[in-house]
Design a protein around this ligand. Structure first.
Ligand code: SAM
Ligand code: MG
Length: 263
């Protein structure tokens, strides 16, 4: 009898805590807690326990579960690992479907990605490109870039993808000269959120956008990019549309903003 009362008490307490967490705690505070939990605390703990880094563990999951030369199996191996074992900051399976539909609609031949991490989105986007298309991806963390190179090679996409190591602010002004780029057809913004707006203005200034260039920005709600959203939604130079979704591998609200540059 005592045990049953205890179980009822604990279950009731857990239910009340969950209801408070889901419906009473403000969404922004909850999102900050979720990110702090997955992106800081659990990562530190797993690094300690395994003696490896999260990107190294993701690479191992790819090598163990994906088929060499098969990009879809690489994407699936990363999604399986991050949904069931350990969260990571890839755009993920749910928002990934939105990215796929934009890539299929735009049919780009020149793509720029800001923020590579382990090359999950890089592989996802590049696998949908036509044979003559190219994707340049920028990553300023050399440890992540080294893992990303191995993931790209495992997917067999090294000929389609140019991984550039360095900060977006330094590389954007050099892209025309170094890679013979005229303008991009599609730009995927997924680096640190405070860089979305300055880098968009830099892309404009460097003449890397043409009428019809599509900017696709991830995480515009969580962690959020209010200054960027304000800019693309209110500027006469863009036609902008929001795609509602969830933060990768969670139930927290997030979404992608697709903004067409009008010139
Ligand atoms: C959210 S992760 C990218 C995830 C990746 N796009 C995906 O979906 O698989 C952001 C990455 O951007 C990189 N980054 C942040 N700011 C940057 C900058 N200014 N220039 C280059 N890389 C940057 C970080 O090191 C990090 O690896
Ligand atoms: Mg993202």
């Amino acid at each position: 009898m005592m045990l049953i009362t205890c179980i009822y008490f604990c279950a009731g307490g857990a239910a009340v805590l969950y209801i408070l967490y889901r419906w009473v705690v403000p969404a922004t505070f909850r999102q900050a807690l979720v990110l702090m939990w997955h992106d800081v605390l659990l990562e530190m703990l797993m690094d300690r326990i395994t003696g490896s880094t999260r990107p190294q563990r993701i690479l191992r999951a790819v090598q163990k579960n994906a088929t060499r030369g098969d990009p879809c199996s690489v994407v699936k191996a990363i999604d399986d690992y991050c949904r069931h074992k350990e969260w990571a900051m890839n755009v993920g399976d749910e928002k990934g479907c939105i990215v796929d539909s934009v890539v299929s609609e735009v049919k780009p031949t020149a793509v720029l990605e800001l923020g590579t991490y382990c090359a999950y989105s890089t592989v996802r986007i590049a696998s949908l490109l036509s044979p003559n298309a190219k994707l340049i991806t920028l990553e300023f963390n050399s440890d992540y870039a080294a893992i990303a190179r191995e993931v790209i090679a495992w997917a067999g996409l090294q000929d389609k993808i140019q991984l550039v190591e360095g900060a977006s602010g330094e590389w954007i002004p050099r892209l025309k000269e170094e890679f013979g780029i005229e303008t991009f057809d599609l730009i995927f913004l997924d680096h640190w959120k405070d860089r979305y707006l300055p880098d968009t203005k830099l892309l404009e200034k460097c003449g890397l956008l043409r009428p019809g260039t599509v900017l696709l920005a991830d995480n515009v709600i969580c962690p959020g990019t209010p200054d960027y959203l304000d800019y693309v939604r209110n500027s006469q130079q863009y036609k902008s549309k929001f795609f509602k979704s969830h933060l990768e591998y969670t139930q927290e609200e997030d979404g992608l903003e697709k903004s067409v540059f009008l010139g």
